[in-house]
Design a protein around this ligand. Sequence first.
Ligand code: VGL
Ligand code: ZN
Length: 182
Amino acid sequence: MKALLIVDVQNDFCPGGTLAVPNGDKVVPVINKLMEAFPLVIASKDWHPKDTVHFQKWPPHCVQGTKGSDFHPKLNTAKINKVFLKGTKNKDDGYSAFEATNADLAEFLKEEEVTDLYVCGLATDYCVKATALDADRNGFETFVVEDAMAAVNKGLGDGERAFKEMWQSGITLVKSDEVLNP
Ligand code: VGL
Ligand code: ZN
């Protein structure tokens, strides 16, 4: 059983948002198409309290219940079976979707008999990377869909380094075309 996990495709990470990822919105049509190939689609949301220590490292973003925390308006949310909320505590960054507090992601995937997890979304060098590495550690066959994600690139080359780190950990890099037309 395979599943698609969409990480943090939220307004604040897209152009016009408070922590906009360059080309963050470009992943939306790719992900909408990708969803068609999966019987199970889940998503994570960065979901911060307004006084979190996380905002000492980052401009405030994805504050619980604000417009910035909503999914991008073009994302086909009808296909999303369950949403996992992370970074929900005052003292946690919650980069990985496996740190979600409203439900246990690893347990959910095991109950659904997911063996192969495909990860996409925002941002490659933070939450996508952290989530993919955790998926691998939790024993899932892990794939990242390269053209369905975008990097913050706070430091030059961070996105490229993230791909390398994921690949070196045994994660498989794939393109959306290969997933849609196997
Ligand atoms: C993220 C920085 C801060 C992400 C979240 O979703 O990649 N990056 N919070
Ligand atoms: Zn955050």
